[in-house]
Ligand binder design. Structure first.
Ligand code: CMP
Length: 215
């Protein structure tokens, strides 16, 4: 993916694009690599050229909550650049990934010279805040079943009239997304499969019917 195809940089003219391409570096990482850790000081912005990452917060015992998963065209690491605070979360690759990495100075110069970039950033941050608001409401107001059902529906894509979750997620990943134990998620998926609501395959889940409001 070229920088031009990344929404954040899509509005740049040829000269600015050439400049930022020259300043940025392409970096490749294997699966399960920690790209940045919560609390760390750092000064780079990462745009995802290929691959997928999870953004998470964990405690000392290794219990984690996944805040978001990001894919090609999306970016991370912008928060610490703007508020000069340590990294707000940990970011780990979920598959082999390629990033475009830009330093704080180069990125800030680019934002200052191109108000459209600031607008694209604000749009992306507004979307993330909406998602975070939804997450807070489901953690506070829904039971685990409701959270699993909502998460499956949010991840599912329509494939010829069928809703399919093709994210190659483990049950531990789903548990970490909904703030529950793997055992609990396993039980809920089993019950849903027994009821004919979903079909769980090794690489994907098909949602057959309207998921019930409660089990
Ligand atoms: P930064 O704080 O620099 O480093 C961690 C990054 O994770 C952060 O910037 C954001 O890019 C990203 N991040 C933090 N919280 C969320 C969230 N709720 N949704 C999506 N991305 C996030």
């Amino acid at each position: 993916m070229l920088l031009r195809n990344i929404p954040l940089f899509a509005t740049l003219g040829d000269t600015e694009l050439a400049q930022i391409t020259a300043e940025a570096s392409m970096r490749q990482f294997p699966k399960n690599k920690v790209i940045m850790s919560e609390g760390e000081k750092s000064d780079s912005l990462y745009t995802i050229v290929a691959g997928k990452v999870k953004v998470l917060i964990s405690d000392e015992e290794g219990k984690e909550i996944i805040l978001s998963m990001l894919g090609p065209g999306e970016f991370f690491g912008e928060m610490a650049l703007f508020d000069n605070e340590p990294r707000s979360a940990t970011v780990i690759t979920m598959e082999p990934s390629t990033f475009n990495v830009i330093s704080q100075g180069d990125f800030m110069r680019c934002v200052a010279g191109n108000p459209q970039i600031a607008k694209a950033l604000l749009q992306a941050l507004a979307r993330r805040l909406r998602e975070a608001d939804r997450k807070i409401s489901s953690l506070a107001l829904m039971d685990v079943y409701g959270r699993v059902a909502r998460t499956l529906l949010e991840l599912a894509k329509d494939e010829q009239g069928k809703l399919v979750v093709r994210q190659n997620l483990s049950q531990q990943d789903i548990a970490n997304m909904v703030g529950a134990s793997r055992e609990m998620v396993n039980r809920i998926l089993k019950d849903l499969a027994l009821g004919g609501y979903i079909e769980v395959e090794s690489k994907y889940i098909i949602i057959n019917e309207q998921l019930p409001r409660s089990l």
